[in-house]
Design a protein around this ligand. Structure first.
Ligand SMILES: NC(=O)c1ccc[n+]([C@@H]2O[C@H](COP(=O)([O-])OP(=O)(O)OC[C@H]3O[C@@H](n4cnc5c(N)ncnc54)[C@H](O)[C@@H]3O)[C@@H](O)[C@H]2O)c1
Ligand SMILES: [Zn+2]
Length: 338
């Protein structure tokens, strides 16, 4: 049994199926007209369970998220004589979902697509929300479109082949969702961290489901990030900067970024010291960093280059309690390291 969450998008609706399996993918696609896009790691671990479709395999990792890769995909699609009735299934983590979604949304001005999400991070974040795209010239996700996949299968069994570090990376986004929207989920994360880290079936299913539900609700209200969706960027202003200057994983950087944003929230009198301590404790329970040593000047420079910047100020997400976030326009200079 699996649970479905519906997402309403301007360009169509999407169904996220938490607990559905890769082996049932064939039920949701026109198998003969489907091209699968995946990466080599996912293929090595799970290729045996793919339906009998044509497969485009790309190199794993963020460095493949380029227009060159997309161009290669278009060329392969032409070779396969893909047409308007073709279907693209992305099977992989956030990188594959972003690339496959972008290629499908632009090839022939858009053909049908869906995902099987294979990392915890992509299940709770990347595959939900209809944003997809690639990096260019050192800027992340700078070229892309909003377009919803028809479905996302979050197969929890796939998580067992992930490295521990990649797994923890995904927990950072679950902690983020709890911190900004759901104090009950926050408590659940505190009380069940051992089961969560061991991927105990009911626990991980609840965490993925609750997380998708939170993100889906926000995205349904604000698909194009005009207001409320900005709250999902909690921890990400500093997080993106740490990711860039330290070369660490996204979730690791966001964890330390959430703590930095909480400290500013405490300084502004929005968040209590005890709440900051509770957040730090939870992040540590999940083996994620609360503090990083970094080059402050370089990090500040990276923040200034953040593409979400409006002039001299930016929309910064603060916490006004565990489970509640506020977005404030604050001058970039306020974020400058002392
Ligand atoms: N579109 C969005 O809204 C959104 C949101 C968050 C993140 N993202 C994007 O997602 C990307 C990060 O996603 P990610 O962390 O999933 O990275 P990823 O896709 O690179 O996957 C991480 C690593 O795990 C491997 N892998 C994937 N599934 C596996 C499995 N089941 N078993 C073993 N190995 C497996 C991959 O080959 C890769 O080496 C970034 O590019 C980020 O920009 C997008
Ligand atoms: Zn993130």
């Amino acid at each position: 049994m699996f649970k479905t969450i519906k997402i309403k998008g301007g360009m169509g609706d999407s169904a996220v199926m938490v607990g559905e399996s890769l082996i049932n993918l064939g039920k949701y696609i026109p198998v003969e007209r489907t091209v699968i896009i995946t990466d080599k790691n996912v293929w090595d671990h799970h290729g045996k369970d793919f339906p009998p479709c044509r497969v485009i395999k790309i190199e794993p990792g963020e460095k493949a998220k380029t227009l060159d890769t997309v161009r290669n995909i278009y060329e392969r699609l032409l070779e396969f004589e893909a047409g308007r009735s073709s279907f693209i299934a992305g099977i992989g983590g956030g990188v594959i979902c972003d690339i496959a979604g972008f290629a499908a949304s632009t090839f022939l001005r858009g053909i049908r697509f869906g995902f099987v999400s294979s990392t915890l991070l992509s299940q709770v974040d990347a595959s939900v929300g209809g944003k997809n795209g690639v990096n260019l010239g050192g800027y992340k996700n700078i070229v892309g479109v909003f377009s919803q996949p028809e479905f996302v299968i979050c197969d929890l069994n796939l998580l067992s082949t992930l490295s521990q570090r990649e797994l923890l990376n995904g927990f950072a986004e679950i902690i983020k969702h709890a911190a900004i929207y759901d104090s009950t989920l926050f408590r659940f994360l505190e009380e069940n961290y051992e089961k969560a880290l061991a991927l105990e079936r009911n626990t991980i299913e609840k965490l993925v489901y609750d997380s998708v539900k939170i993100k889906a609700a926000v995205v349904s209200r604000d698909e194009k990030e005009k207001g409320e969706r900005r709250k999902l960027n909690f921890g990400h202003t500093f997080g993106h900067a740490f990711e860039k200057v330290k070369g660490i994983l996204h979730g690791e950087a966001v964890s330390a970024g959430m703590v930095a944003a909480c400290k500013i929230s405490v300084n502004k009198g929005l968040l209590k010291d005890e709440e900051l301590e509770r957040i730090k404790r939870l992040i540590k329970l999940y083996g994620l960093p609360v503090e990083l040593s970094y080059d402050r000047a370089k990090a500040f420079d990276a923040i200034k280059k953040d593409k979400k910047r409006d002039d001299a100020s930016l929309h910064f997400v603060l916490l006004s309690g565990i489970g509640s976030a506020v977005v404030k326009e604050i001058p970039i200079s306020e974020l400058e390291p002392q």
